[in-house]
Design a protein around this ligand. Structure first.
Ligand SMILES: C[S@@+](CC[C@H](N)C(=O)[O-])C[C@H]1O[C@@H](n2cnc3c(N)ncnc32)[C@H](O)[C@@H]1O
Length: 289
């Protein structure tokens, strides 16, 4: 059996009892290490689970999947994923490979960033399509995520923006020389994402194009959701561009239509209370309906 086990978002202890019991009786345990991270690190997980973990990077999962599947038809193998195994990243390819190889699989779910963002007070029902914001380079500066956010806002919906993670990247020089030397990992911060969005707003303004949102649109920055030191900041896009939320991982929400209850929740984490002050509120009796 191949088990896909979600580890949750915070620390070692967020694994479910069921997940932990399964890990303890698996012959091999892989830790997927490229779509998300737990800031506690691999060693802390190994100590808590009492098991050695095999790091599974993108190359291993995408090109050497047979290695992971080896023997899973006669013994139990676990594939650990931070968050939920099917939250944002589906790992469908590995599921299909297992099924094609006649290997049974089972999923042990856990909290995902896809639902935990509700902690900022925005209703999960009011979110549209999730987008990924990628690190720009000198020569590659896509703007497609801006259009998706724009479309969500036209429908009054909030947009969860997942922010780029770069692990095991090679510099152009090392790549060309075939040297397996990797750059330090990079995790996009809320301020970096907001900077890129502000630049797109500016570009579109110069090109006199339709603006889906501006520097004054209310956004929410979230960092290390689920961890003891999680941080949430609500403010304008411009304010979030100069907001330091500390270590990874970060997510950004661009709000759509705000219900008064959502607005009151956002006020609890306002960067600058005055920014959210002018926006309309409802009489609190409305909340109970
Ligand atoms: C591919 S998604 C995560 C998928 C993961 N399996 C899950 O269910 O949460 C990775 C992105 O989600 C966001 N993210 C994940 N965990 C987070 C956390 N604890 N706090 C804030 N953002 C987080 C970051 O933007 C990160 O780059």
């Amino acid at each position: 059996m191949l088990y896909f086990i979600g580890l949750g978002l915070g620390d070692t202890k967020d694994i479910t009892v069921k997940g932990l019991e399964i890990i303890k009786q698996c012959s091999r345990v892989y830790l997927e290490a490229y779509t998300s991270i737990l800031t506690v690190g691999k060693e802390a997980l190994e100590e808590f689970y009492g098991r050695e973990l095999i790091l599974a990077d993108r190359d291993m999962v995408e090109q050497e999947a047979e290695e992971i599947l080896k023997g899973a038809d006669v013994s139990n193998v676990a594939f650990l994923v931070v968050g939920d195994p099917f939250g944002a990243t589906t790992h469908s390819d590995l599921v299909l490979r297992a099924v094609n190889a006649g290997i049974e699989y089972r999923v042990i779910h856990n909290a995902s960033i896809m639902n935990a963002v509700g902690c900022c007070g925005l209703q999960l029902y009011n979110f549209g399509e999730t987008v990924s914001i990628v690190f720009w380079t000198d020569t590659w500066r896509p703007e497609s995520f801006y259009d998706k956010i724009h479309r969500n806002r036209e429908n009054g919906l909030h947009t969860l923006c997942l922010l780029d993670i770069k692990v095991k990247e090679q510099s152009m020089e090392n790549l060309l020389r075939g040297r397996k030397i990797y750059e330090p990992p990079r995790y996009m911060s809320v301020s970096q994402a907001a900077e890129q969005l502000l630049e797109i707003v500016q570009n579109r303004r110069e090109r006199k194009e339709d603006l889906g949102f501006t520097e004054d649109t209310i956004c929410v920055g979230l960092a290390r959701v689920g961890a003891e030191d999680q941080a949430i900041r609500a403010g304008s896009l411009r304010q979030l561009a100069s907001c330091d939320l500390g270590g990874p991982l970060h997510s950004l929400i661009v709000t759509g239509h705000l219900h008064p209850l959502e607005l009151d929740m956002l006020r609890l984490s306002a960067v600058e209370p005055a920014t959210l002050q002018g926006l309309k509120t409802l009489d609190s009796s409305t909340y109970t309906s």
